[in-house]
Design a protein around this ligand. Structure first.
Ligand code: 5RP
Length: 288
């Protein structure tokens, strides 16, 4: 992994990928098009008990500067594509919202750009990735490509489609590819010559499902997860994140990780809900 990488880029990547070659990235960037998403209404409070357990944070620049302590030692992956909201028909009409120069100034470890293969704005999203990679090269700044599906393609999370998207991202020069897990995921990994992290997707029914997703992803060759809603929309976020960390960094089985999570469930790890959450909020936050 990262054999042909320059020292500067490697140094940044080492803040995202731990010594064991695994990566636990906490995704909290959803607000860049979903606004105050259920569970992430107040980012500083929502991440306070989570940051000790993660390798990096994936977030938008405004949340970094307003909600994250500059003493945070982990990796910082800044959302660099955007320009849309959930009020549009779909969310694939993106441009670049953050320059590599600004990301460098913010001490980012990487920038993240979404591509929407097969969507109306596929072409523009691919140019966004290409432009970001070319610009980021000047700063030895790694680029994480996000194979996004938007609203219309959300049922296309299967190996043919995900291999196509992930391979295109690697062909453009992405340093890490974020995609979804699917049946036959080994094939997606095998056909993508770049390290892969798996997105969590909408909230799953049980902690067992979340841990199994992480476990299966690693077994299939992913280097880690970039997970959001399944952590911070859960009732016990700091319990489940420790289970995920156990699977990734301590090679726990699903059963062992579940026992760990069960033992951590209690008042200390409970999510402090302060806002009314409607069925509509939950449905909206599951659109991609
Ligand atoms: C938003 C994203 C998210 O970072 C990504 O979907 C991971 O979060 P989740 O685990 O909630 O799916 O790219 O567009």
């Amino acid at each position: 992994m990262f054999e042909h990488t320059s020292w500067g880029k490697l140094s940044r990547l080492r803040r995202i990928v731990a010594n064991d070659g695994r990566s636990l990235m906490l995704a909290i960037d959803h607000g860049y098009f979903m606004g105050p998403t259920h569970g992430m209404e107040r980012p500083a409070e929502a991440i306070a008990d989570l940051v000790p357990h993660i390798d990096s944070l994936m977030l938008s620049p405004g949340i970094l500067t307003s909600c994250v302590d500059p003493a945070f030692k982990g990796g910082i992956v800044l959302r660099a594509s955007g320009g849309n909201s959930i009020l549009e028909d779909d969310i694939d009409n993106e441009g670049l919202i953050l320059s590599a120069r600004e990301a460098n100034r913010l001490n980012a470890s990487a920038i993240a750009v979404s591509i929407y293969i097969g969507a109306d704005h596929q072409h523009q999203s691919l140019l966004n990735l290409a432009n970001a990679i070319n610009e980021a090269a000047q700063f030895d700044l790694p680029v994480l490509a996000v194979t996004a599906v938007g609203k219309k393609l959300k049922d296309k999370k299967e190996k043919r489609y995900l291999s196509l998207s992930s391979r295109i991202a690697a062909e453009y020069g992405a340093d890490i590819v974020k995609t979804y897990y699917c049946e036959g995921f080994e094939e997606v990994v095998a056909k993508t010559p770049a390290p892969i992290v798996v997105a969590g997707g909408p909230k799953l029914d049980t902690y067992h499902d979340v841990l199994e997703l992480c476990y299966n992803s690693i077994q299939a060759g992913a280097i880690g997860v970039d997970m959001g809603r399944n952590i911070w929309q859960s009732d016990y976020p700091s319990a489940i994140i420790q289970g995920v960390k156990g699977v990734l960094h301590e090679n726990l089985t699903v059963k062992e990780a579940l026992e760990l999570v069960d033992g951590l469930i209690g008042d200390a790890t409970r999510r402090k809900s302060k806002f009314e959450v409607t069925e509509e909020d939950i449905k909206t936050s599951a659109i991609h």
